[in-house]
Design a protein around this ligand. Structure first.
Ligand SMILES: NC(=O)c1ccc[n+]([C@@H]2O[C@H](COP(=O)([O-])OP(=O)(O)OC[C@H]3O[C@@H](n4cnc5c(N)ncnc54)[C@H](OP(=O)(O)O)[C@@H]3O)[C@@H](O)[C@H]2O)c1
Length: 325
């Protein structure tokens, strides 16, 4: 089978397509023919091996796992003798997390992996594309703050993968949502349900005197200290992007302020919490309460071009790698 192999950290050129042995499922595993996987901002950081402290988890000098790819949609082709919850022919959507392996034609996963049946009305690109952004946003909105009806929520980076999901989820929870994006993406963010849209290229947030209960800076472009003037009395600033400066402020500013700064590595939470989120996202997708925004779909042999595009930091929603099934 074909698989993407990265033997070292670096630019998109480190991603090479190789012919490797097709895996065989163990007794407690299923063999999945992968139809699509997504190319996330996080996967480009894993390819680069930056920030460097992340290497403690993914390999100090080179990637521990050679085949990247943290989510997938596919069809079960074989099951081990102990597997009872899935059968041959089932369509599934799954998160592989730090084990990666989804940039390939096939993968084996244990039956108890973060894997659920994929709804019939959902395409593979939509199924895999929703996972990273929506599961991350949902985790922030349920574990870090409880987004409730009537709260004012600002989503910065509202046109990205986490952002497009966060706008829809915050609306679903009944919040009044303001999205921040550039001019070109204003219509998209409005269509996703945002009540107001601010243009960062025109500094519209700086000019606003509105206060928010939650500011979710999905792309790590705002400063917590500067943003405190936009937070309500007990407002919370959320970020999924950990920098040294964020870490310092979490230790020396946030504890002494009523306006808190919170970071979470959502993929490192307990399996049961992640499964709960995966099921909720799958069900919302099936019932059209959530839409996957797909920017581009690349075939497997254009993996380097796909990564180069995601590296621009300008994708709208999600970029998909299709295995052409
Ligand atoms: N902590 C966690 O658990 C976790 C989980 C998943 C991801 N992450 C991290 O979260 C971050 C975001 O991921 P993502 O996949 O959502 O990113 P993404 O989809 O790659 O974000 C791209 C979007 O960001 C917008 N953008 C760029 N500069 C901006 C600015 N200055 N202000 C506002 N928007 C701007 C772009 O819009 P324009 O083209 O209009 O500029 C584009 O639509 C990444 O760093 C990723 O590694 C963390």
């Amino acid at each position: 089978m074909k698989a993407v192999i990265a033997n070292k950290y670096g630019g998109p050129e480190v991603l090479q397509i190789k012919e490797v042995e097709k895996p065989t499922p163990k007794q407690d595993e299923v063999l999945i023919k992968i139809h699509a996987t997504s190319i996330t901002a996080a996967s480009t950081f894993m390819r680069l091996g930056t920030p460097y402290f992340g290497r403690l988890f993914i390999g100090l000098t080179k990637p521990k796992v050679k085949t990247p790819g943290t989510d997938l949609s596919g069809t079960i082709e074989a099951v081990g003798s102990e597997v009872t919850n899935f059968k041959v022919g089932d369509r599934v959507m799954a998160e592989t997390g730090l084990n990666c392996g989804a940039y390939a034609e096939y993968i084996c996963l244990p039956f108890h992996a973060l894997m659920v049946h994929q709804p019939e009305n959902v395409r593979p690109e939509e199924a895999t594309g929703i996972l990273d952004g929506a599961c991350t946003a949902l985790a922030f909105f349920t574990d870090q703050v409880k987004v409730k009806k009537g709260q004012k929520v600002l989503i910065n980076g509202a046109s990205g993968s986490i952002g497009t999901a966060a706008v829809q989820l915050a609306k679903h929870f009944g919040a009044e949502v303001t999205g921040v994006c550039s001019t070109i993406n204003k219509a998209l963010v409005k269509d996703l349900g945002a009540d107001k849209v601010l243009d960062y290229s025109k500094n519209e947030l700086d000019q606003s005197s509105e206060k928010f209960d939650v500011i979710f800076d999905t792309v790590g472009k705002l400063s917590y200290c500067d943003s405190r003037k936009h937070l309500s009395k007990r407002g919370v600033f959320l970020t999924p992007v950990l920098t040294f400066s964020t870490l310092l402020k979490m230790m020396i500013v946030s504890p002494f302020s009523k306006k808190k700064l919170k970071f979470a590595a959502t993929g490192m939470r307990k399996e049961e919490q992640r499964m709960r989120d995966l099921i909720q996202i799958r069900d919302m997708l099936a019932s059209n309460k959530l839409t996957t925004i797909i920017d581009r779909v690349y075939p497997l042999d254009q993996i380097q071009d796909a990564h180069a595009y995601v590296d621009t930091g300008r994708k709208r929603g999600n970029v998909i790698l299709s295995m052409g099934a």
